[in-house]
Design a protein around this ligand. Structure first.
Ligand SMILES: NC(=O)c1ccc[n+]([C@@H]2O[C@H](COP(=O)([O-])OP(=O)(O)OC[C@H]3O[C@@H](n4cnc5c(N)ncnc54)[C@H](O)[C@@H]3O)[C@@H](O)[C@H]2O)c1
Length: 296
């Protein structure tokens, strides 16, 4: 295990499983607010990249004035051993949006932690009730949809499953207050509110590019200039990760049957070609300058 920040004791011992785009975002948010984090992934190379990314994000968050002044940062400890999170007070699952992977990770985590440990999934689209069947105590599971970049976007979508108890909602409220986030609570459904709206929009925007109706720049420019969208759907796609979007659209399509959620050929081709967005340097746009890549 490798420590990259000084120890900061606090009431929360947070574990984050999955050190990709969102795991590093959530870890930077928590550490920047004085909450210590144990971050888990499957190999050391991913964790080494994650430590660098978290340092960049903490610097960026500081520069943007997004962290509380005069609060010492929390410790970040990285590990490939899930056993290291057994004493966490909260576990946030942020692994790939593939049902079988999530099922395995959530089952393992819930077998490892003690009753009373808050279990959060950062899933984009898998219903909380479906995940509740995979864990030992479904009443302690809740969905929290952090956005990217998590330290700049104050609002999170909280998804209450049908088994989620009031005690669990109180616990998630306490954590989100410690992280200085605002929450809006929704009922359970595939994709909840945000991604039921956003993912088909991105898919449709990509289809318009695929059909030659407009370039990515023009689609985004119209959404920004006419509808006030802050970045445009295709720049948003690059920020999310097109691989993650395709997985999430599949989860939505399987559960809703909505044809707008069937990932279009252009997105599938970008995934096949390794053009996953900011995290690989290319997506709908080109980010192959060092600064841009560090802000995946
Ligand atoms: N990317 C976004 O903007 C965004 C926003 C909100 C929610 N989400 C959701 O957050 C979750 C993570 O998405 P992401 O974009 O960070 O994906 P990512 O592909 O960037 O990272 C996923 C990480 O999970 C790791 N992983 C896979 N199997 C694992 C295992 N068994 N144990 C530990 N780690 C494992 C992978 O190695 C990878 O580092 C997904 O459910 C996604 O839908 C993503």
């Amino acid at each position: 295990m490798t420590d990259i920040r000084n120890e900061q004791p606090g009431q929360h011992r947070l574990a984050v499983v999955g050190a990709g785009v969102m795991g590093t975002n959530i870890t930077a948010l928590a550490a920047g607010h004085g909450v210590s984090v144990t971050l888990v992934d499957i190999d050391d190379e991913i964790l080494a990249t994650a430590r660098t990314t978290i340092r960049h994000k903490l610097k960026h968050a500081q520069l943007m004035g997004a962290l509380p002044a005069n609060r010492p940062q929390g410790t970040v400890t990285t590990t490939t051993s899930l056993a290291d999170i057994a004493d966490a007070t909260t576990v946030i699952e942020a692994v790939v949006e593939i049902t079988e992977v999530k099922r395995k990770v959530l089952a393992e985590v819930s077998a490892l932690v003690t009753p009373g440990t808050l279990l959060i999934s950062n899933t984009s689209c898998v219903p909380v009730d479906e995940m509740a069947d995979w864990v030992a105590r479904g009443e302690e599971l809740v969905g929290v949809h952090f956005m990217n970049p998590s330290y700049l976007i104050k609002m999170v979508e909280v998804i209450r499953g049908s088994a989620t108890t009031d005690a669990t909602m109180d616990a998630v409220g306490a954590l989100l207050r410690a992280l200085d986030r605002e929450a809006l609570v929704v009922n359970d459904a595939p994709g909840f509110v945000i991604n039921r709206l956003l993912h088909p929009l991105i898919n449709r925007a990509a289809m318009l590019v695929q059909e030659g109706v407009a370039t990515a720049e023009t689609v985004d420019g119209l959404l920004e200039g006419c509808l006030g969208h802050s970045t445009g759907p295709l720049r948003t796609a690059d920020l999310i990760g097109i691989d993650n979007l395709v997985d999430s659209l599949r989860v939505l399509h399987e559960r809703t049957g909505d044809p707008e959620c069937d990932p279009c050929e252009l997105m599938l081709r970008k995934v096949r070609d390794g053009h996953h967005g900011r995290k690989t340097g290319r997506g709908f746009y080109d980010y192959r300058s060092a600064t841009e890549r560090n802000m995946r």
